[in-house]
Design a protein around this ligand. Structure first.
Ligand code: XMP
Length: 512
């Protein structure tokens, strides 16, 4: 395995992800408990992450010094390079300016990290984000790549198998970064690259058992993939100690609530409390048109209902959630600046403090595509695992203006037609998310000899890797015409269909 020492970078989890992609198991440990993790894991290699501190300040974090005497390969990234250099006797200076964003490095030498990838004289794009820089090498090191702003962009000590880079190989803006990391873990550390999701499953099951012991766990199901995968995994670990609660707000897509209930009760035989509370939610939403108030009401009511159910079940010490890594970083931007609230996302957030429960979050380090792979590994049906993301507040935020039962039903029909056509065209898996939106606008139309005066339906489809940015999916005109015709003909209440051509940013994926 690989031990990743975390110095607090926003993107440390991406290092773990790239290492997983190279088929190698890794664990992340904060710098101040890295020593214990080292004893336990006995890793074959160490990666020192980036971080916000400056090694020029007293008290800034360090890697345990004995790591450098352990005889195993070490890779330092950004802050990791700086602390490694200083701890081994080189020098680092605080920069007045820094380098942030895309940069081009010149390869000036050869080293094991570049094998089969980069050769001397080439130029490659990398992603920089640093203020400080190395100004004098530690003994035994040589320079193998440079940029204008960082003459020590990549350095190597082949004898000790220590490597370090100023840029971030873990982010997608460094196109060859994944391969550089794969070279480190496989080639330099000699790991086989045969680690799989099956082993992730085994490891997590063991960890869940250790964490929970004989305790009782409650898991809130949202109907989506993440909470379902978390629940199935936890059930596999602790069986009947888990109870699932599905707060059904009646704002799901067509047929979805039944699907969840039958998946858990019939397919997996996992105890499930199904709380149908459509009326409660619709009554509360009546007359409300403000998007944030709608979101807040749904979030709060969801928690109230969940809490009441949990009390009925009684005695649960743990709350399980399908939190993913992007949920964890959602509120922090990559550049470290404070981020503003665009939308108050609702998950079961806020619940744990209120209920004084401990969290079980087995998916916390995974990304959406990895959760899907794990779901398949756990035997969840493909149709369920591959489902597009769906927001917690459901259809309520796809009905700008007032939400009523009637409008939910109209939208469900249009949405189902749209998704059916997408599946028939074989496009479902190429799209991150596709859905219909029911607008609070009525327009005039003509059907047969009659004048109509009905609602407009907007169609949205985007591609994305994590929902943070998105591009419009380029359907061809005949596809959109077919969907529009079907919706207007088959859904009473809609007489016009438009397609949303806005990317994110500046648009968001959902309309509210
Ligand atoms: P936006 O609309 O912010 O959405 O571009 C980005 C992704 O997040 C989903 N989304 C939510 N997911 N609770 C969730 O669990 C929410 O309140 C919520 N709001 C938006 C959205 O569907 C897209 O995938």
């Amino acid at each position: 395995s690989i031990l990743i020492v975390d110095f607090g970078s926003q993107v440390t989890q991406l290092i773990a992800r790239r290492v997983r992609e190279a088929g190698v198991y890794s664990e992340i440990a904060p710098f101040n408990s890295a020593g214990e993790a080292f004893e336990r894991l006995k890793p074959k290699g160490i990666i020192l992450s980036g971080g916000p501190a400056s090694v020029t300040e007293a008290e800034s974090p360090r890697a345990p010094q004995h790591f450098f005497d352990a005889g195993i390969p070490i890779l330092g990234i950004c802050y990791g390079q700086q602390t490694m250099t200083q701890q081994l006797g080189g020098e680092v200076e605080g920069g007045e300016s820094g380098e942030f964003g895309r940069a081009f490095i010149q390869v000036s030498g050869q080293c094991a990290l570049f094998d089969g990838l980069w050769t001397e004289g080439e130029t490659h794009q990398v992603w920089m984000s640093h203020g400080d820089k190395v100004t004098s090498l530690a003994p035994g090191f040589r320079i193998v790549a440079t940029t204008d702003g960082a003459p020590f962009a990549v350095i190597a000590n082949d004898e000790k198998r220590f490597y370090a880079m100023q840029f971030h190989p873990e982010v997608v803006h460094t196109p060859d970064g994944g391969k550089l990391l794969a070279n480190f873990v496989r080639h330099v550390c000699g790991l086989a690259g045969d680690w799989t999701m099956a082993e992730f499953r085994e490891t997590k099951i063991r960890q869940i058992r250790e964490q929970v012991g004989k305790g009782k766990v409650i898991c809130g199901l949202s109907g989506g993939v993440d909470s379902a995968v978390a629940a199935v995994l936890i059930h596999e670990a602790i069986g009947e100690q888990l109870t699932c609660v599905f707060v059904d707000h009646g704002l799901m897509r067509s047929g979805e609530a039944d699907q969840v209930v039958s998946l858990f009760r019939n397919h997996y035989n996992i105890p499930l409390v199904h709380v149908s509370c459509e009326t409660l939610f619709l009554n509360g939403l009546a007359g409300e048109t403000d998007p944030e108030k709608k979101r807040k009401f749904i979030g709060k009511t969801f928690i109230d209902v969940f809490e009441a159910e949990a009390r009925k079940i009684g005695g649960a010490e743990f709350l399980a959630q399908g939190t993913l890594y992007p949920d964890v970083i959602e509120s922090v931007s990559f550049t470290g600046g404070p981020s503003v609230t665009i939308k108050s996302h609702h998950n079961v957030g806020g619940l744990p403090e209120r209920m004084n429960m401990k969290l079980v979050e087995p998916l916390r380090e995974l990304f959406k595509d990895e959760v899907r792979a794990l779901g398949r590994e756990l035997g969840l049906p493909d149709i369920f695992v591959g489902r597009h993301p769906f927001p917690g507040p459901g259809l309520a935020i796809r009905i700008p203006g007032e939400v009523t039962k009637e409008r939910c039903d109209i939208l469900r029909k249009a949405d189902a037609i749209y998704l059916e056509e997408i599946r028939n065209a074989g496009l479902y898996d190429a799209i991150w998310q596709a859905f219909a939106v029911l607008l609070p606008v009525r327009t005039v139309g003509v059907m047969g000899d009659h004048r109509t005066y009905d609602s407009v339906c907007a169609l949205r489809a985007v591609t994305s890797t994590d929902g943070m940015t998105a591009d419009v999916f380029p359907f061809d005109a005949s596809f959109l015409t077919r969907v529009a015709t079907r919706i207007v003909n088959e859904v009473k209440g809609i007489n016009r269909v438009v397609y949303d051509y806005t990317s994110k940013p500046p648009g968001t994926i959902e309309w509210e």
